[in-house]
Design a protein around this ligand. Structure first.
Ligand code: NI
Length: 173
C-alpha cells in the first residue's frame, strides 16, 4: 500500500471523462487501497482515481468523520447515480486537488447510487448528508468536473489563479 501524489488543478487529467473499469482485478484492488491510504493521509473524505492520474471510473470515500464513528472505507467501481432527490442542499466543499479552497455548492440532498464493489458484486445504496454530497462530488471527478465548475466564472478564475501560483511555488521549492 502506498500514498500516491495527488494532482493539483489545473491539470488536463482532471478535465477528462474517465473510462469504465472492466473488472475488479488485483491491480484495481491495489489502486483502491492506495487511494484510501492517500485519502486518509491527506486527510480527506473522498478521492477519485483521476486525482492520482488514473483515468478510470473508481472512487473511494469515508464520510464517518466523527472521532467516535467507526471508519467505513468504501471503494466504488463504475458508480452511477440512479436517482437524486428534488430536495437540494448547499454545503461548503473542498477538494484535495484544490488545497485550502472552499466554497458553497448546491447538490441533491439524497442520491441513490449503484456500483460494483472490489469483489465484483453490484451494490446499491441511498446516501444522504455528507455521504450524498461526497458521492456527487467524486462522481463529478469521473466526468472531468470539479466543484469549482459549479461556481460562477469570477470565483472559479480566482481559485484557479491561486492554484497556478501554488503549483509554481511548489515547483520552485
Ligand atoms: Ni475533489
Amino acid at each position: 500500500m502506498s500514498i500516491r501524489p495527488i494532482l493539483i488543478h489545473p491539470d488536463p487529467r482532471l478535465k477528462k471523462a474517465c473510462a469504465p473499469v472492466e473488472a475488479p482485478t488485483d491491480e484495481v484492488r491495489a489502486l483502491a487501497e492506495d487511494m484510501l491510504a492517500t485519502m486518509y493521509d491527506a486527510p480527506g473524505v473522498g478521492l477519485a482515481a483521476p486525482q492520482v492520474g488514473i483515468l478510470k471510473r473508481l472512487i473511494v470515500m469515508d464520510c464517518n468523520k466523527a472521532p467516535e464513528a467507526a471508519p467505513r472505507p468504501m471503494a466504488l467501481i463504475n458508480p452511477e447515480i440512479l436517482w437524486e432527490s428534488a430536495e437540494r442542499v448547499m454545503s461548503e466543499e473542498g477538494c484535495l486537488s484544490l488545497p485550502d479552497q472552499y466554497a458553497p455548492v448546491e447538490r441533491s440532498a439524497e442520491v441513490r447510487v449503484r456500483w460494483t464493489d472490489l469483489d465484483g458484486a453490484v451494490q446499491e445504496e441511498t446516501f444522504e448528508g455528507l455521504w450524498a454530497v461526497c458521492a456527487q462530488h467524486e462522481i463529478d471527478h469521473l466526468n472531468g468536473v470539479l466543484f469549482i465548475d459549479h461556481l460562477g466564472f469570477m470565483k472559479r478564475q480566482m481559485i484557479t489563479r491561486r492554484m497556478v501560483k501554488l503549483k509554481r511555488e511548489r515547483a520552485r521549492a
